[in-house]
Design a binder for this molecule. Structure first.
Ligand SMILES: [Cu+2]
Length: 116
């Protein structure tokens, strides 16, 4: 059985109309995000710290960002507010409103990094 096919991507965009359902589908065991990591050899997607060392990681995540952007722009109640909360999982104990994590350098979110 194959996962992460074009029809899965289209399905995630068209048929999951709220952010929780969309995220659960994307992140689920056979979701488009997860399978992208495990389909490409060399990307141990289960290892949060090593996975980004595989160059395909960045292409995969650019596509995930693209899917999210398309989903978001379809409207129909999909717009989010800067006050909506984001659970960053293993990288932060605090759940932040989106407005607090827009900057990677000057908080109040947990980030402190710049790309070279
Ligand atoms: Cu990922």
């Amino acid at each position: 059985m194959a996962y992460g096919k074009t029809e899965d991507i289209v399905n995630s965009i068209v048929n999951y109309n709220d952010i929780l359902a969309f995220q659960n589908f994307m992140q689920g065991g056979t979701g488009v995000h997860g399978v992208g990591h495990f389909t490409v050899s060399g990307d141990p997607g289960g290892d949060f710290y090593i996975s980004p060392n595989e160059p395909s990681f960045w292409l995969h995540h650019a596509m995930i960002d693209r899917i999210w952007t398309i989903w978001h722009m379809m409207g129909g109640g999909r717009a989010q507010s800067l006050d909506d909360l984001v659970d960053l999982g293993v990288i932060a104990d605090t759940v932040y409103p989106i407005r607090d994590i827009l900057s990677s350098v000057d908080g109040p979110g947990p980030f402190c990094y710049v790309y070279e």
